[in-house]
Design a protein around this ligand. Structure first.
Ligand SMILES: [Ca+2]
Length: 109
């Protein structure tokens, strides 16, 4: 499964271009621009499985910092502040990582 099986390449390009500058990442705008917000729960789950690189069932902080690189390999890493803000937004049960239910809720928020 590749991310372009779910999202259109041109939408991914536009979303990545909008967050190219350091500190410009806003998850809500990014999910809308790349088209993920309008996908089904099942499709969002498939994207979650791509983001969960070590298949632990959770997106941990290190995976979150590399979030953009799942969309394109040469995309930048999120900086520490962006990563922590993203984690805080998604981690509703406070266990320090994002589960699939939390990710689905975040995408639809
Ligand atoms: Ca993981």
């Amino acid at each position: 499964m590749s991310i372009t099986d779910i999202l259109a390449a041109k939408d991914i390009e536009a979303a990545l271009a909008s967050v190219a500058a350091d500190n410009s990442f806003q998850y809500k705008a990014f999910f809308q621009k790349c088209g993920l917000s309008s996908k089904s729960a099942d499709q969002v789950k498939k994207v979650f499985e791509i983001l969960d690189r070590d298949c632990s069932g959770f997106i941990e902080e290190d995976e979150l910092s590399l979030f953009l690189q799942n969309f394109k390999a040469d995309a930048r890493a999120l900086n520490d502040a962006e990563t922590k803000a993203f984690l805080k937004a998604g981690d509703s049960d406070g266990d320090g990582k994002i589960g699939v239910d939390e990710f689905q809720a975040l995408v639809k928020a």
